[in-house]
Design a protein around this ligand. Structure first.
Ligand SMILES: *Cc1c(COP(=O)(O)O)cnc(C)c1O
Length: 373
């Protein structure tokens, strides 16, 4: 991954610096409004990362000690860390072998009497099938949060990903589809959750710093509960506004490149590539392939062969339950067979906005050449 940044971002940051107000302020408010509109979300609250956005989302959904939160192990570890921060127990569920996402069936297998929330991830940009998940969870009073870290520009059931969730969290890390360096967002359909997240991310101050600095004699604020400093800066928000304008072009180009990979890999025996599910369109934030046994070379062998050609690829999505942070914790008893298999047999290939056809041809050739039938 390589972020697509240009003179427009530089100009936007310069403007904020010249304004004299670089912390969270008017640009952040503007970015929130633009993001909410683009994602067809009721409310958007900027945060310092997706990890802090997930933490805020769990706090406003009133998840805490004694609660179980079902999460995929097959995800970046922040998905499991967020429930741990609030004193809840992450309970790992397995994923669908085709999409790499939670399903109503895998979640059902992980439910406990203490389950109060599920974090459904749009893994690598592939939209999670939210409707059946909510059909299972809503009647049980279980909140479904969407970890849409990877999903800006992904579509689900004819709308942007995240639009169908009560609450969703987004990432603007450079590894994701649009970037602010570091940054995140909470979107939610519930105004009272948005209001509380907005306060909590700024030390739970009754008046924001931007409001207080608007007058010479600042009105005094109070601290309504124990909050956090999870603010975004206006420097970041200015970059985010430009990046949001680039989103459609980025997704269009990624889907073109993904189609190029798909066409090539369909002709190579022993490979299975990520694709759109029937219910939506991926932004292909991560383009992964699964190396099947009849490819002859295993996943690590393919990574090494690519490295030998000067091509840097990455192992696929991690299995959080195998990491030292969670290995010895009680995280439920669901079978995680698909997670372990996908995590060991998949790799993520280079894919970035400015990638050329000849660069892509080199990657395809190196993958094909690593096969040992
Ligand atoms: C990247 C990622 C995160 C963490 O995002 P940050 O903005 O780096 O905190 C969380 N969940 C998933 C699924 C991710 O891919």
């Amino acid at each position: 991954m390589k972020p697509w940044l240009g003179p427009e971002e530089i100009a936007a940051v310069s403007e904020v610096i010249s304004s004299g107000w670089i912390a969270q302020g008017p640009r952040t408010a503007q970015f929130e409004a633009a993001f909410a509109a683009r994602m067809e979300a009721g409310h958007a609250v900027a945060a310092s990362s997706c990890t802090t956005a997930l933490h805020l989302a769990l706090v406003v959904a009133d998840i805490g000690p004694g609660d179980d939160v079902v999460v995929p192990s097959f995800s970046f570890i922040a998905t499991a860390n967020a429930p741990t921060y609030v004193g809840a127990r992450p309970v790992f569920a397995d994923v669908d072998p085709v999409t790499g996402n939670l399903t109503a069936e895998t979640v059902r297998a992980a439910l406990t009497p203490a389950t109060r929330a599920v974090i459904a991830v749009d893994q690598g940009g592939v939209p999670v099938d939210l409707v059946p998940l909510r059909a299972l969870c809503d009647p049980l009073g279980i909140t479904v949060l969407e970890d849409a870290a990877c999903a800006a520009g992904t579509r689900y059931a004819g709308a942007p990903a995240g639009a169908g969730a009560e609450i969703a969290a987004w990432s603007f890390h450079p590894r994701k589809i649009l970037t602010t360096g570091e940054g995140g967002m909470v979107t939610t359909s519930r105004p009272e959750w948005a209001a509380r997240a907005r306060t909590l991310r700024e030390h739970a101050m009754s008046l924001s710093a931007a409001e207080r600095s608007a007058s010479i004699l600042a009105p005094s604020e109070s601290y309504t509960e124990v909050g956090y400093n999870y603010r975004m800066t206006d420097l970041q928000a200015a970059v985010g506004l430009v990046q949001l304008d680039r989103l459609d072009a980025v997704v269009r180009r990624r889907r073109e490149l993904a189609a190029g990979y798909a066409k090539a890999f369909a002709e190579i025996e022993g490979l299975r590539a990520v694709t759109d599910p029937p219910w939506g369109e991926s932004n292909f934030q991560s383009y992964w392939i699964e190396v099947l046994p009849d490819f002859g070379t295993d996943r690590n062998g393919v990574l090494e062969a690519l490295a030998g050609e000067g091509i840097s690829a990455r192992r696929g999505i991690m299995a959080s339950h195998l990491e030292p942070a969670y290995r010895d914790r009680d995280t439920g008893a669901a079978s995680l067979e698909v997670t372990e298999r996908l995590s060991a047999s998949t790799l993520i290939l280079p894919l970035f906005h400015e990638m050329t056809e000849s660069e892509q041809a080199r990657v395809i050739e190196a993958v094909a050449g690593s096969r040992k039938p």
